[in-house]
Design a protein around this ligand. Structure first.
Ligand SMILES: [Zn+2]
Length: 864
């Protein structure tokens, strides 16, 4: 599973906003159950589920009931006792109506007694089931996923398992769809099973839908037969290789299907119709990725096909259901949007899971890093292969920063058995820190051993489960080294090293004295053993020494033949750590120009940014020509740190760069530095360069180009936007909407109002804010009409839109007419009266919205 972090942050912001505005408090879930237990209690241990029975096979016949949001189902479940004789079978089945349970013997059905208590279906067998016997149980049931919220205690939509999107077809903005999300234990909402990651089964699904819909499930579509009597069609999907129940999926809806191929594996990219032309831009590297991962791990893609589907309102970022990956709609971008942003990391992540997660599955949620750390590292490996180390290291650095940010509030073991809820395991420790730890392991054992050990692990545990020790043992066999020290300090301990590094040069003895201290809190964090490379640069070249840091305070003496020009500690830049290194400006500058890695250059520039105004100015200007666009962007983003004089000096350099730059993200950064900088001394050459970018393929660059020009002369450029208003591409209409909200006047009101009324998607909170901003600059007559538009948005099903509309009205009520609308002169009184009308209208709508609202959190927020 991959969480969409940008959305996640946005969502967090909203949640934080709610929590603050509602005055509620939330208990910090980061309690350490070990420390809280008294000596008389054993610590919390969430291990793997006991296996009384093993799943063997599941066959489902499913009939979605769109009207009731139910699914009628018949499940045939084949099981075998794991070791001991059994007289009952306990299945997970949540919020269902169970109508019948039978045992099936050679086609004969005999009814079985059962109790359905809570989330468990306890089935009494007819006699004892002996070890190694196989039994088949048939359950007739109705799945009621939306009831799950009511019966499941907490109302967490994400645990619904199966989702109906616009089932009545009454939302013009949304397609009608069904899709499922199993991880963690949510598939037992739509079929009875043993909903644990340490179960594996083969699978058949017969899915009956109206003939206008396409279906997707795991494995191969064996047949697709129209039922002439009622205009439905039954699709029969079969997966003949075993996988865990949480990886089972179905999806139903109208999708454009783009076909592709890798060897004899059939590939499908399933998107909404309007994104059909861009499906290969989004997913088109899949065949090369299949090739890359198959070769890297010396393990051919182990499944029967590979489909990727995009659905609406997905509850996560993406999910690695075996052979049928689901993505949220945010990955659907057109070719122009893809210049600014893409989700190739998601595509690599989900594919990597088909080895690490689907083929070899973590045996318990405590071991989820075996899935997620590898999938996260799969992103790095793909980038390294496809775009080179600079590009990959930029991603790696981002991952490290995400983990370090989380570590300020939370430090837990990567593999931990005392989590409160399985969802707590899906954090930056399991993903990003885990991925970075694998990167360290790779550097420690070497590439050949690393990929060989991964291959051994995959082959040994294929179609089975694993715990972290299986990985360690594979690495120990391949390397011949006891690696408990590595796994103990990185997977079974929390925190990271905090290193303080100092250098001294003894000219008499030609010695470099390197002092390293480990300053982390040793009561909660280990004293680490850190094999690390140190590169010493002198006039005679560069010499690498491997040292082992393993004490609280340590001094290393390295022989040198002259005064070092640079000492590069952790020369491979692999440590998961925080470090403080004392170097003088010349050394950092030397590092930028001479050390080989992207991370060396970034580290040097970040260390020098305080000195950008004085002795480091030149190195920053040189870095504008760095081969890595990420570094060019880093430099441009520091434009604000320059003095006014330096900015004047650089504006020509930036303008030249703007003319020759190919990377959209760098162009965007350049434009961002120009926009809002209404420095009168921008030479005409800047406007001239920017004018060329009005037709840039990147929407973001195009938007900022217009913004720059409008800031300087709105009358000249605003008329060009009229064509944007009627463009068939809503992204182009969005540019006009955004720019009008800043520079527009009443002439654009009709467009602005219709844009709000028809706008789709999830950015609407922002567009309501922009619309409000626009109304504040309009005449009272127009603002009054705008109040109605905002008021009508309060009908929305989406709470975020209702909140946006309310906040807009609130702002109009508070601010309208307090500045530019009230003028002196004969119209002042009339203006004041009309402004008062706007404020009254806004208040009326606010009262209506408040009285209609049923969401408790919003009701509380509105009271503030
Ligand atoms: Zn994942």
């Amino acid at each position: 599973m991959k969480i969409n972090s940008s959305r996640f942050i946005y969502f967090l912001f909203i949640v934080v906003f709610f929590i603050n505005s509602c005055g509620t408090t939330k208990q910090n879930g980061n309690n350490n159950s070990y420390s809280q237990n008294s000596m008389n209690e054993r610590p919390v241990y969430k291990g793997s589920a006991n296996r009384n029975f093993n799943l063997v096979h599941t066959k489902l016949q499913l009939y979605p009931d769109w009207g009731n949001r139910y699914v009628s189902g018949t499940a045939y479940i084949t099981l075998t006792p794991h070791r001991y004789p059994q007289n009952e079978v306990i299945l997970d089945a949540r919020a269902m109506i169970i109508s019948e349970v039978n045992q099936v013997n050679n086609g004969y059905f005999s009814e079985l007694g059962y109790q359905y208590e809570g989330d468990s279906l306890i089935i009494n067998l007819d006699g004892i089931c002996a070890p190694y016997d196989t039994i088949e149980i048939m359950v007739d049931y109705i799945a009621r996923p939306e009831e799950q919220e009511k019966t499941g205690g907490t109302a967490i939509r994400g645990r619904q398992g199966l989702f109906f999107i616009d089932p009545d077809g009454d939302d013009p903005e949304k397609p009608t769809q069904i899709w499922t999300q199993g991880e963690t234990s949510n598939n037992s909402v739509w079929f009875p099973t043993i909903d644990q990651p340490n179960q594996k089964m083969t699978q058949e699904i017969y899915l009956t839908v109206d003939t206008n819909y396409i279906t997707l499930s795991n494995g191969i579509l064996v047949s697709s037969l129209v039922n002439e009597s009622n205009g439905t069609r039954t699709d029969y999907w079969r997966q003949s290789l075993p996988h865990a129940p949480y990886l089972t999926m179905i999806a139903v809806g109208e999708f454009a299907v783009v076909n592709d191929q890798w060897n004899d594996i059939e590939l499908k990219y399933m998107v909404e119709k309007e994104y059909e032309p861009f499906a290969k831009d989004i997913f088109g590297n899949t065949p090369e990725m299949l090739d890359f991962f198959s070769k890297t791990f010396n393990y051919e893609f182990p499944w029967e096909k590979y489909s990727q589907i995009v659905v609406r309102d997905f509850v996560s970022g993406a999910m690695e259901n075996t052979t049928a990956v689901v993505y949220g709609e945010f990955v659907q971008l057109d070719d122009r949007e893809l210049l600014d942003n893409d989700y190739e990391d998601f595509v690599a992540h989900e594919l990597m899971h088909h080895w690490f997660g689907d083929l070899v599955t973590c045996e318990s949620w405590a071991n989820i890093p075996l899935n997620e750390a590898f999938a996260t590292y799969g992103e790095y490996l793909w980038f390294e292969y496809k775009y080179g180390m600079d590009y990959a290291d930029n991603e790696g650095l981002y991952d490290l920063q995400l983990y370090l940010k989380e570590s300020v509030k939370k430090q837990v073991n990567i593999i931990r058995f005392d989590y409160e809820d399985p969802d707590d395991m899906y954090d930056r420790h399991s993903y990003q820190k885990g991925g970075r730890v694998l990167h360290m392991l790779r550097h420690y054992v070497g590439d050949e051993a690393f990929f060989n050990a991964c291959s051994v692990y995959l082959k040994r545990r294929s179609y089975k489960t694993a715990e972290i020790h299986d990985l360690r043992i594979a690495f120990e066999e391949v390397t011949g080294e006891d690696l408990n020290w590595f796994f103990d300090q990185w997977f079974f301990a929390s925190g990271h090293p905090i290193l303080n590094i100092e250098y001294d040069y003894n000219q008499e003895d030609l010695l470099l004295i390197l002092s390293v201290s480990q300053d982390q809190n040793l009561s909660t964090t280990p004293l680490y053993k850190l094999p690390v490379a140190v590169d010493v640069y002198t006039d005679n070249g560069v010499h690498r020494t491997m040292i082992e840091v393993d004490k609280k305070q340590q001094t290393f003496e390295l022989s040198v033949n002259s005064k070092p020009l640079l000492v590069n500690f952790d020369a491979e830049k692999i440590l998961v750590c925080e470090k403080k290194e004392i170097k003088i400006t010349e050394e950092w500058i030397y590092q930028y120009y001479n050390a080989p890695l992207y991370l060396d250059r970034v580290e040097a520039l970040l260390a020098l940014e305080d000195r950008i105004k004085d002795d480091s100015f030149d190195v920053f200007m040189d870095a504008l020509n760095d081969p890595s666009p990420d570094i060019r962007q880093l430099v441009i983003d520091r434009w604000d740190l320059l003095t006014k004089t330096d900015r004047d000096r650089t504006i020509e350099i930036f303008t030249d760069l703007l003319l020759k730059e190919h990377d959209s993200k760098v162009k965007f950064a350049l434009m961002e530095s120009f926009v809002g900088d209404v420095h009168p001394r921008h030479p005409a050459s800047v406007s001239k360069a920017v004018m060329n970018l009005r037709n840039d393929p990147s929407y973001l660059v195009q938007t900022l180009s217009y913004q720059y020009l409008l800031e300087r002369d709105s009358s000249d450029w605003i008329s060009e936007l009229i064509n944007f208003e009627t463009d068939s591409n809503y992204k182009v209409r969005e540019i006009a909407f955004y720019l009008y909200s800043i520079f527009g006047d009443e002439d654009q009101y009709d467009f602005m109002a219709s844009y709000i009324a028809s706008e789709k998607g999830t950015s609407s909170y922002q567009s309501l804010t922009d619309f409000t901003e626009y109304l504040l600059s309009c005449s009272p007559e127009v603002a009054l009409k705008g109040c109605e538009v905002l008021g009508e948005e309060s009908d929305s099903d989406a709470w975020i839109i209702r909140l946006g509309a309310y906040r807009g009205l609130e702002r109009l009520n508070a601010e309208y007419g307090t500045s530019n609308q009230v003028q002196n002169g004969p119209d002042a009184e009339r203006n004041q009266m009309l402004s008062e009308n706007v404020r009254k209208k806004a208040t009326q709508w606010m009262n209506i919205i408040r009285s209609r609202e049923e969401n408790e959190l919003l009701k509380n927020a509105f009271k503030q």
